[in-house]
Design a protein around this ligand. Structure first.
Ligand SMILES: Nc1ncnc2c1ncn2[C@@H]1O[C@H](COP(=O)(O)OP(=O)(O)O)[C@@H](O)[C@H]1O
Ligand SMILES: [Mg+2]
Length: 358
């Protein structure tokens, strides 16, 4: 079995044919995005259909990613980061997607199944949270990389050259010989590089890296982030890095999307966000990260625990955990409002300094 294709196919047999609000077409609609914009997500919702009523896992998320931009998607476990990322490629089995996802001018949610190959791998490469989801444990990694290119029509010889070159570029030593190794034969850091190679082999414009360093110790994690940084610069890639670790955000990203309970609550340039978090949730996430040296540290837990998607309270989903919450927070969902280069979903954004923040 070849997970890069098989798994993706089987994962999508239930992808909703009624996903998206536009007619199914692969017509490029680049006219409404400027040429700098690689990904434009508008009002993306993801529902888990249930017998009685659907549970909303992701609730009206909107964001853009520019070409070459390094964006972090951050939030506690269960906030909807992976579901959102997978929706960009329609990899959500059994989930119902609505809204708009434009990738390099292609309307992904309206695309017929058979045309999804123009997005998966080729425009967006995804390094999954778990290495064994990205890679087949019983096939040598080199074979998997070659296979991914061969199905695109590349000759075996050419595919082998490109696979070895990519592994070497990602810092896998003795790349030629390591082509024959199996995924379990790589150490944690090297395994993550192989996972990145699998995501990058078809030369996508956007790399989604889902918690690429979570299982690694601090030093190895930093090496993987450095490699990612290098390859992104060299290949002019945009990167969406998913993490729950603000230390990782600080050392990698240019811009940050903060997610809480299926919604984006803050979107800001990384320096501005670290300088002055506005949303109380962002402030909580940042509380444990040292400002001076920005070394990677565990997040201080935000007081209380995250809400499950089925138990999202009325109003601002964060209000039960928020010291600044007032009546309006308990009754009305705060819209994501724009303040200069930043977006914030908090009723109290102004008094928390949004107006004079960058
Ligand atoms: N395929 C699925 N079916 C049902 N529930 C799901 C599925 N995928 C994710 N969820 C639920 O959606 C919520 C968000 O999950 P996820 O995006 O994986 O969170 P994160 O990546 O931020 O940790 C969680 O409550 C999770 O249990
Ligand atoms: Mg996740």
């Amino acid at each position: 079995m070849m997970p890069g294709t098989d798994m993706i196919e089987s994962n999508t047999e239930n992808a909703s044919p009624r996903a998206g609000t536009l007619p199914a077409t692969d017509a490029r609609c680049a006219s409404d995005v400027d040429s700098d914009t690689l990904v434009k997500v508008e009002g993306l919702s993801v529902d888990l259909p249930r017998r009685r009523e659907a549970t909303r896992l992701v609730d009206g998320v909107s964001f853009t990613i520019k070409r070459n931009e390094k964006v972090a998607l951050v939030g506690e476990s269960g906030s909807g980061k992976s579901v959102t990322a997978r929706a960009l490629m329609r990899l959500n089995p059994k989930l119902r997607l609505a809204g708009r996802v434009l990738v390099d001018g292609i309307e992904v949610l309206g695309l017929p199944e058979r045309k999804l190959g123009s997005v998966r791998g080729k425009r967006i490469g995804m390094a999954f949270q778990d290495a064994f989801t990205s890679l087949d444990p019983i096939m040598p990694v080199g074979e998997q990389l070659i296979e991914a290119l061969v199905v695109q029509g590349v000759s075996r010889g050419e595919a082998r050259v490109r696979a070895v070159r990519l592994l070497a570029e990602l810092g896998v030593s003795h790349a030629e010989g390591r082509m024959k190794a199996y995924v379990h034969e790589f150490s944690g850091g090297m395994r993550q590089r192989v996972v990145l190679a699998m995501a990058l082999i078809c030369e996508p414009r956007l790399l989604i890296a889902d918690e690429p360093t979570t299982a690694l110790d601090v030093r190895i994690a930093q090496q993987v982030l450095d490699v990612l940084d290098d390859v992104a610069a060299r290949r002019e890639l945009a990167v969406l890095l998913i993490t729950h670790d603000m230390g990782v955000v600080a050392s990698f990203a240019e811009r940050v999307l903060v997610m809480y309970s299926g919604r984006i609550v803050e979107d800001a340039q990384v320096d501005a966000l670290f300088e002055r978090p506005i949303h109380p949730y962002t402030e909580g996430l940042l509380a444990a990260v040292p400002r001076v040296d920005r070394t990677v540290e565990r997040l201080a837990a935000v007081q209380g625990s995250p809400v499950a998607p089925g138990e999202r309270p009325a109003g601002c989903a964060f209000h039960p955990r928020c010291a600044a919450a007032t009546d309006v927070c308990r009754g009305v969902v705060p819209p994501l409002r724009t303040f200069g280069a930043r977006r914030i979903a908090c009723h109290h954004a102004e008094e928390r300094g949004a107006s004079d923040a960058v």
